[in-house]
Every structure is written in structure tokens, then in C-alpha cells.
Design a protein around this ligand. Structure first.
Ligand SMILES: [Zn+2]
Length: 471
């Protein structure tokens, strides 16, 4: 009887959740996933256990500060290529309700063709322990942990502590694997904790810094080992990621199980050699994005695929299917020109973009910076002085600046010794000027702060007829 009531509550929760989603869409209020998830959760609090057990064994969580969305897309494509019907929380609704909402949508979204049988979800750092305890994912991917999180959640240590606690609670006989970035010293407690509690841990990381990025100079923060000593690096790859070691306690980066070597970076993408060492598999991949992060995302996806018994042939077929998402290296085509949008939130992120723009064709690049100073952008724009604008010298064909703080950008660029700076207060006008300066086949790299990104994206979407992002 109790089982029957539980089942009825669950069914009712799913049905009413679906009704809420339908109403939200019919009234033009967007995708309605969160609303749907909220309704389901109120009526059937055990919805997460149900979704988890339905989707296993192909249930993957992806978490970390950078790259969650791209990696989630990649792993979804890989599972789909294997023939699974995959549900994912695509539209950035990366909280519990977005996940149950996405699952409910999968039940009703494809003409009653049966619900999803595999799930790949991007999960916010702070909700990982709670959601992992409820849903019991087979594979949890930990990409990286950057200081951005301090603003939103408080202590990095507390987040890590909660992660380690949640992974050590594996039940006997339960398949559970952790995929961890070996290059991030902050994630090392996961490797240690996983090994101690006999949870399967697989690591990924880069082999070395490619020669064309070796000289890039950017401000680096001090990084601390678990023992409290400052971590040292044999080689830094990106920010606090690298081949690290601690000379005090002897902790050091474990040799990654899945390794990557960046062979080439061109305007259209990055060539990465991936090796899965436990099975001696190796392939060269081409990813249509720039910088180290896409390589890390690829390695994380290849490591997750390895844990899901999927080989690199399947991974290879899937990589080109995964498109960059909303505002993160998102590309648009305008006639025979390419417009690419980058979101810059802080000097560290901006330096990563500058480094990623060191490509074979750097001298043919067109750059447009747009900086606003709304609350979401940060009122204080002095942080642009901490980023390496100097690295752009001699590396572009045209350079324009715009937004409320166009004059601050113009001054920063001048101080950096950059020449031929076009200042245009009107964003639309700045874009027009940039497009006019371009030849066919060239790229316009638009680097924008948050509200500027939203503004520029709607202009570009109109220009190129791109649908709203939630569709
Ligand atoms: Zn140490």
C-alpha cells in the first residue's frame, strides 16, 4: 500500500510538473524546466532517487568552475553516439530542479517515445554532495576549482570538504567512479579520499605546455597544499593548473591516466593528442574551440567515456557534434565572416582569452572589446589593468572598444602600447565598423563583460537570425 501511494505521488508529481512546463511554454515564459522540477519536488520529494535509479548505470555528474557546460555537452554526445537516449540540463538550469525538470521533459518531449535512459548533468559546486547522495551517479567529473567560487559560496575548503565527505559514502557493490583533473592541486584531496575509501579514481591532465604558449606572461596566485605549504610547479599550464608538487609533505601530481598534448592552435580550433594509458589507446582530436580549457574538457570527457566502457573511436565521432554554448566562444556566421563571443569576468579569465588568441593566424584577427559597469559586470573596472593587454601587440588587424566604459578600455589599450584603437560608444556602431574592416574568412573576436555580452549577443543574433538560447 505504502509503495503504491509512493508510486502514485511520483506519477502525480511528474504529470503536474509536465503540466507546469507546458503552461510556462504556452504563455511564453521560457522552457519551464525549473517550474516543472519545483512542482514535482513538492509533490514527490523522492523524485531525485527515482530519476537516478532510472538513468543508471549511464548517469554522469559534471562539476567545476570552468567548462561544465561544454563537458556536459561532450559526454552527452558521446553517450548518444553509443545509442543512448540522453537527458541533460542544457539551458544552464544547473540546479536540482532543472535536472528533474529536464528528466520530466524527456518523458513527454518526444511524442511519448519513452523517457531517457542515460543522464549527463552539470551540477553546481555547492549542490554536488546533496544531489550525489540522492541520485548516486556512476561517474562524477571534477574539472577544476577556481577562486570565482569564493564570491558565491564562501570557502573553497568547505566545498572540497563536502565533496570528499560525499564520495566516501559509497555503498558496497555500487559502481562509482571519480574523474579528477590531476593538474589542479586543489582537487588532490578527492584523489586521496577516493583512494582511501576504495572508490575508483581516474585522473586526466596535460602532458606539457605547448611551445607557442610557453612565453605568455600572466599574474599567478600562490596556491597552497593540503599541508599548508605553497605549492611549486615543474611547469604551469593554465592559472593554478600544472605539474605541481609540494616540497614539504611530498604530495605531488599523480601521473594522469588520460593525458593530452596540444599540438596546434589555429583560429578555427585546437588539435589535441589524447592518450588513454590504461588501455594504450591514442587518437588526435580536433576541437572547434581555442585555449587550454577545451582540451581539458575533451580529456575529462574521454576519461568519463573510458569509465563508461566507451572507446576513443566513439569519442572521436562525437566531438564535432558538440557546439559551444551561449556566450562562451559561441560562434556566428555573417556572410563569409565569423563572429566569436568571449565572456570576460576578471583578469585571470581575460588572460586566458588573450592566451587562447595566440593562434597561427594571429595577425589577421579583428578584436572588439565591450565593457560595461553594471552590478553584474562589477562596478569597478580597474581590474583591466591586471590583465596582459601588452600581449596583443602586433597580433591584430583591427581593434575597437565600446560599452559604457569604452574610454577606460581605450586608455588601458594605449598604456599597453596598442595602436589604431577605434573608440565607439554605440555597440552596434562598433560592430559595424569592425565588420567593415574585415575580409572574408576572417574572425571578429568580441570580448565582453556580462551585460555587454547579453547586449552584443542580441545584436549578433538579430544580424545572423539565431534562435533564443533556450530552444
Ligand atoms: Zn604539502
Amino acid at each position: 500500500m505504502i509503495v503504491l501511494i509512493g508510486y502514485m505521488r511520483l506519477t502525480l508529481g511528474i504529470l503536474l510538473g509536465a503540466a507546469g512546463m507546458l503552461i510556462s511554454r504556452l504563455t511564453g515564459r521560457g522552457g519551464g524546466l525549473a517550474v516543472s522540477g519545483l512542482i514535482a519536488e513538492v509533490i514527490a520529494p523522492d523524485i531525485y532517487q527515482h530519476v537516478g535509479s532510472t538513468l543508471k548505470p549511464d548517469l554522469v555528474f559534471v562539476t567545476g568552475t570552468n567548462g561544465k557546460t561544454s563537458t556536459t555537452n561532450l559526454i552527452s554526445e558521446i553517450l548518444a553516439a553509443k545509442g543512448a537516449k540522453v537527458v541533460s540540463n542544457h539551458s544552464g538550469a544547473n540546479i536540482a530542479r532543472g535536472i528533474s525538470g529536464a528528466y520530466i521533459s524527456s518523458l513527454f518531449g518526444s511524442a511519448f517515445g519513452g523517457g531517457a535512459r542515460a543522464g549527463v548533468f552539470e551540477v553546481d559546486e555547492a549542490v554536488v554532495p546533496q544531489l550525489a547522495t540522492a541520485m548516486r551517479p556512476s561517474v562524477q567529473v571534477f574539472l577544476n576549482l577556481s577562486r570565482d567560487q569564493l564570491d558565491r559560496y564562501g570557502e573553497i575548503d568547505r566545498i572540497l570538504d563536502n565533496w570528499v565527505k560525499s564520495i566516501t559514502k559509497a555503498r558496497p557493490g555500487e559502481e562509482q567512479a571519480l574523474v579528477v583533473n590531476a593538474d589542479d592541486p586543489r582537487l588532490f584531496p578527492l584523489v586521496e579520499g577516493g583512494n582511501q575509501s576504495e572508490v575508483d579514481v581516474i585522473t586526466f591532465g596535460l602532458e606539457e605546455q605547448p611551445s607557442f604558449w610557453k612565453d605568455f606572461d600572466y599574474a599567478t596566485d600562490r596556491e597552497f597544499c593540503v599541508c599548508g605549504t605553497i605549492v611549486e610547479y615543474r611547469e604551469r599550464f593554465s592559472g593554478h593548473l600544472g605539474d605541481w608538487f609540494c616540497s614539504s609533505c611530498g604530495r605531488h601530481r599523480t601521473r594522469p591516466d588520460v593525458t593530452g598534448r596540444i599540438l596546434e592552435s589555429s583560429q578555427a580550433g585546437t588539435t589535441v593528442e589524447v592518450s588513454v594509458r590504461p588501455v594504450s589507446e591514442m587518437r588526435v582530436f580536433y576541437v572547434p574551440q581555442l585555449g587550454e580549457y577545451p582540451a581539458y574538457n575533451l580529456l575529462a570527457a574521454a576519461a568519463a567515456a573510458f569509465k563508461l566502457d566507451i572507446n576513443l573511436d566513439v569519442v572521436e565521432g562525437s566531438v564535432n557534434q558538440a557546439k559551444a554554448k551561449f556566450g562562451r566562444q559561441e560562434q556566428f556566421h555573417y556572410d563569409d565572416k565569423v563572429i566569436r563571443i568571449w565572456l570576460a569576468k576578471n583578469p585571470r579569465g581575460l588572460d586566458e582569452i588573450f592566451k587562447a588568441l595566440i593562434v597561427k593566424e594571429a595577425k589577421r584577427q579583428h578584436l572588439l572589446f565591450v565593457l560595461n559597469s553594471d552590478v553584474q559586470d562589477g562596478k569597478d573596472v580597474s581590474w583591466i589593468y591586471d590583465a596582459n593587454f601588452e600581449s596583443l601587440r602586433g597580433r591584430y588587424r583591427s581593434l575597437a572598444v565600446s560599452g559604457f566604459r569604452a574610454s577606460d578600455l581605450s586608455l588601458r589599450a594605449t598604456v599597453a602600447g596598442l595602436e589604431n584603437i577605434e573608440t565607439c560608444d554605440d555597440i552596434g556602431g562598433a560592430m559595424r565598423a569592425s565588420l567593415d574592416a574585415m575580409d572574408g574568412g576572417e574572425y571578429l573576436e568580441i570580448i565582453a563583460s556580462y551585460t555587454a555580452m547579453l547586449e552584443i549577443r542580441s545584436i549578433v543574433a538579430k544580424l545572423t537570425d539565431t534562435a533564443p538560447f533556450w530552444k
